[in-house]
Design a protein around this ligand. Sequence first.
Ligand SMILES: NC(=O)c1ccc[n+]([C@@H]2O[C@H](COP(=O)([O-])OP(=O)(O)OC[C@H]3O[C@@H](n4cnc5c(N)ncnc54)[C@H](O)[C@@H]3O)[C@@H](O)[C@H]2O)c1
Length: 259
Amino acid sequence: MLPFTEGKVILITGGALGLGRATAKLLAPVGARMVLADRDGEGARRAAAELGVGDRAVGLEVNVLDWPQVQGMVEETVRRFGRLDALVNTVGGSSGHGVKGARTIEELEIADWDRTMELNLKSVFLCCRAAIPALRANGGGRIVNTSSVAGRSQSQLGGPQYAAAKAGVVGFTRQLAFQLAADNITVNAVAPGPSLSERVTAIWDKRSEESRQEVLTRIPMHRLGEVDELAAAVCYFLSDLATYTTGHTLDVNGGLYMD
Ligand SMILES: NC(=O)c1ccc[n+]([C@@H]2O[C@H](COP(=O)([O-])OP(=O)(O)OC[C@H]3O[C@@H](n4cnc5c(N)ncnc54)[C@H](O)[C@@H]3O)[C@@H](O)[C@H]2O)c1
């Protein structure tokens, strides 16, 4: 059981699927109150209901690229639960969500560069911008962002736009940590390697055995990650075990990249 105070209010973006939903599942038994915000409102409400914690978890339809909706998301969280203790930003991805998975600069369309930056980096900026006043009003709190091995080293599966956006998340995390430390707000990030969220599983299943092996041979643990393994790192930063850690990006990648 995580040493995490009962009743903490945690807002998770991208809560309908993947890392966001897995994080909510780990937090449910330790008494957290959660808002799962997702562009897929139906999916977010279903994910919240599946936690089996009644009105301690709610799903909310939010496009995290839309500033008024992001502001509304934080306002709704505080209205429902009285305060905000933590923000977990998981929305992102190198393909899907309207972004083509271009891997080279020649293939990369300018519109896809913009979409990738918005989805992976601007979304984090907007959600932090909206949440920080509520965290300050709470006397402090936690922010956990999602980078990628692509932003720490280089990417086999993503392109330059994704690597740039996820490296941006690392820099943004450090700078916010520096600026918010005096407000008792810690800001950290997790940097996953390829992991079997529903989105990635669908892509992985379509790959040939040969191309899977190409990916796996580069991972010392010789397997992809599970979303629960990523969520465990997020929960560490949220927990009372991580009171003195800020500005850190934690690699969770089976040894694919070692700092
Ligand atoms: N899964 C991996 O292999 C992997 C590897 C490295 C980094 N990451 C990062 O981890 C994070 C989670 O990845 P995942 O695979 O679990 O993601 P996912 O695609 O399974 O889930 C993302 C969720 O975000 C939601 N979403 C997308 N656009 C949105 C928007 N504009 N507003 C609100 N919600 C939106 C989707 O509906 C979905 O529920 C991402 O930031 C991704 O870049 C994942």
